[in-house]
Design a protein around this ligand. Structure first.
Ligand code: GLN
Ligand code: ZN
Length: 757
């Protein structure tokens, strides 16, 4: 009895939870009906884990929205504005925290990325008035459900130190002031779970895979011995993931936990240290099956790690698990019909990962798993030998990249002069970030074309008409640099992935992003190259409709990488460089076609930052170099733009400058241009378009508001280098507010321009 996974996806193999949630929010189904869907999903997930032969099924990992929000409910960290009555947190209060409530004028709680995953959690709010008290029994109830259904349940909790670490402090609060009350609640919950007869209780502390503050370290030392004591006859597993423990290993091994789970996918080199330092009473759980990716585990290699552990500490002290929760992988590979059989045979989704863990567990227990191991070895060998996985011409091209390919011909000041000479733009040029409203009509047209219900010629005519219409609208608005509006794109990564070699796509490989939202990342399985131009015809057509400069629109290599499932047999840096070379060709083809303003979006550059500060520089070096490789093949007079969707740049501003884009556009309206502090302190040398209005809401900014923001911006950016644009693309907006907002943006600009000239 030695196998488990750290958590299972809750969204359902066919996104059943998404549908049920959205129906519930539209008031089409009742709470009872929603709960029934949830119960069925939990049962199905437990059945999957049990049928695979895992020793325990994980409980408490199900969530109606987010497991951090569940923890907020568990410990009663409900912000005051939601008017919680202090009893059990009801479902509507729960959803109000996640989604806000327009009628009651309640803003939702903030959401942010869960460590370096593409999953977003609800950020706990700590104020000096936060008074924690038990607000939910969900994990206990679910565990009882599983036990009653005949399963061996292993409940999971988000660890208290992680919970407080990922919270946000308001009004001068100190998060650690909550530690005492929080620990008391955790002890109570752990006691209740132990009373149900659970053998193991899993407590997740992924924060141990990051650089811990002194306060967090101290909190960990205070809190953990109490948790493990509260468990009585049950045993507590401290689970860590997303990276190696490094200097926090001692903290973990001395925590008093009865087991320590380590991520050997993200931190394979820590095995020896873990085995050496684990006290003799501590079980070690080896996370060998990747919870963050879709590839089959190399079982022979995983067995070697198990062998080492067994030989050193004895098989009875070893458990086998997934590296982290399977929340981050799609649910079931079985129903994939889009994938070629050969490619499919290289992959494992959550259901298949349970089987892999079980096989490794049987191997460890001395069972005969020859058949499974042989099938796995042949899949791994087939992947390694596949002609599209390693393509000599792609490897040779990458090897031939020289330093001069990473630099434009001249430094920015000379380029700016060359660009000014032909662009002849007014002061404070206006532009948009690329996409215009994606109406139902556009979405339906793309869908029908995909299904073959519309022939390609009709589709082309439709998209051309759409481009014509957005060009007309932009000219009427008086914008200076136009865009074609991206009506042909469903998604800024998928659109390119579908046209590049080395990518494949699933039909149903959905992964939860937040709440009911899921993403279906492309899979990079082979060497990447570009068989033919991808955007040139649309951009050329758009340019033919106007005398104003038309901006070509591309997604950058780092963003394509970050939003895909990436092959695990080549470094991310190398994969990124291959993508960069492919997009570089597109940039040059656009230039040749007469598109001489080109935007390369790097929305994900910052979110790709490694968890440990010590790893930041290495990542930023190759990420920025990939961008530079993409952008540098053009003439000085060709203007390169980039766009990023967030404003927290302070830590990486010098790297942003090192990208050496001629123009960068960034989100900044919500923070009232605060981001410009970073740009001023660093003395950013090139042109900047800090977003002047928030595109995330349908609200139309007034002319005065835009004017005020522009005046603020002019304090930090010389007028010769300031651009005017919205915060981000407009595809989620409707036309009426888009036109109204852009009108105000343009008229504010005209007013200011008149004063400056
Ligand atoms: N060009 C893209 C758009 O306008 C950029 C989106 C993004 O960066 N998220 O939609
Ligand atoms: Zn954006």
């Amino acid at each position: 009895m030695n196998t488990h996974v750290l958590g299972f996806p809750r969204i359902g193999a066919n996104r059943e939870l998404k549908r049920a949630l959205e129906s519930y929010w539209r008031r089409e189904i009742s709470e009872t009906e929603l709960t029934a869907v949830a119960d069925a999903l939990k049962m199905e997930n437990w059945r999957t884990q049990s049928q695979a032969g895992l020793a325990w099924v994980t409980t408490g990992d199900f969530s109606f929205y987010d497991h951090i929000l569940d923890t907020i409910a568990l410990v009663g960290a409900v912000p005051e504005r939601f008017g919680w009555n202090g009893e059990s947190v009801d479902l509507d209060t729960y959803f109000r925290m996640a989604r806000g409530d327009v009628k009651r004028n309640l803003s939702a709680m903030e959401m942010t990325k869960w460590f370096d995953a593409n999953y977003h959690y609800i950020v706990p709010e700590i104020t000096p008035r936060t008074a924690l008290r038990r607000g939910s029994s969900k994990v206990v109830t679910e565990t009882r459900q599983a036990i009653n259904a005949g399963y061996e349940a292993k409940p999971v909790l988000v660890g208290p130190v992680t919970f407080l670490s990922v919270a946000k402090e308001f009004d001068g609060a100190n998060r650690w002031d909550c530690l005492e009350a929080l620990t008391a609640i955790y002890c109570e919950v752990i006691r209740e779970l132990a009373d149900l007869g659970c053998e193991w209780i899993q407590v997740d502390e992924p924060i141990l895979a990051t650089d811990l503050s002194e306060a967090a370290t101290a909190a960990f030392e205070t809190c953990w011995p109490r948790l493990t004591q509260a468990a009585g006859s049950a045993r507590v597993m401290l689970s860590t993931y997303f990276g190696p423990l490094n200097e926090n290993l001692g903290l973990a091994t001395e925590s008093g936990a009865h087991a320590l789970h380590v991520d050997l996918v993200r931190g394979p080199d820590q095995l020896d240290a873990v085995l050496n330092q684990a006290p003799s009473g501590m079980t070690v759980s080896l996370g060998l099956v990747d919870g963050r990716n879709i590839w089959k585990t190399d079982l022979a290699r995983a067995a070697k790690a198990l062998e080492r552990a067994r030989d050193q500490i004895g098989a009875d002290r070893v458990l086998v698990g997934s590296s982290c929760s399977l929340l981050h992988s799609p649910v079931d590979l079985t129903n994939e019909t889009l994938l070629a059989d050969e490619l499919k045979n290289w992959m494992a989704f959550a259901v298949q990962k349970c089987d892999e863990v079980a096989v490794l567990g049987r191997w460890l227990a001395g069972g005969d798993v020859t058949v499974d191991m042989e099938a796995n070895a042949s899949a791994i060998a087939s992947r390694r030998a596949h002609a599209e996985v390693v393509r000599p011409e792609v490897r040779e091209r990458a090897a031939a990249v020289t330093p001069d390919m990473l630099s434009r011909q001249s430094p920015y000041p000379q380029r700016a002069a060359a660009q000014k000479a032909w662009l002849k733009l007014p002061l404070l040029p206006t532009t948009t970030i690329g996409s215009f409203p994606q109406t139902t009509e556009i979405r339906q047209m793309r869908l029908k074309t995909k299904k073959g219900d519309v022939d390609p010629a009709a589709y082309e005519a439709f998209i051309q008409a759409e481009i014509q219409s957005v060009v007309d609208k932009q000219e009427a608005l008086g914008l200076d640099v136009l865009v074609h509006g991206e009506p042909e794109r469903n998604d800024m990564v998928e659109y390119f992935g579908q046209q590049l070699d080395g990518f494949c796509f699933t039909r149903n490989g959905w992964v939860q992003s937040y709440g009911s939202r899921c993403v279906k990342p492309p899979i990079i399985y082979g060497d990447v190259s570009r068989p033919r131009p991808m955007t040139v015809e649309w951009s050329r057509y758009a340019q033919s409709l106007t005398k104003k400069p038309m901006k070509g629109m591309l997604t950058g290599p780092v963003t394509i990488l970050c939003w895909s499932f990436v092959r695990d047999d080549l470094s991310r840096a190398e994969v990124c460089q291959q993508i960069a070379l492919a997009i570089r060709d597109e940039v040059q083809d656009l230039e040749t076609a007469g598109i001489r303003v080109i935007q390369i979006d790097e929305a994900a550059l910052r979110e790709g930052l490694p968890l440990r500060r010590a790893d930041h520089a290495a990542y930023l070096r190759w990420a920025v170099d990939s961008f530079r490789l993409t952008a540098s093949g053009v003439e000085d007079a060709t203007q390169i733009h980039t766009h990023m969707c967030y404003s927290e740049f302070n830590a990486i501003i010098k790297w942003i400058a090192d990208m050496d884009a001629d123009v960068i556009s960034i989100e900044s309206s919500r923070s009232k241009m605060e981001l410009l502090d970073a740009f001023r302190q660093f003395d950013y040398p090139n042109e900047i378009g800090p977003g002047v209005y928030d595109i995330h809401s349908p609200r139309v900014p007034s002319k005065d508001e835009v004017l005020e923001l522009l005046q603020l911006a002019l304090k930090d950016v010389p007028k010769e280098r300031l651009w005017v644009n919205p915060d981000c693309g407009l595809k989620t907006r409707a036309w009426p507010e888009t036109i109204a907002s852009l009108e105000n943006m343009v008229s504010a600009t005209l007013a200011l321009r008149a004063k400056l000239e």
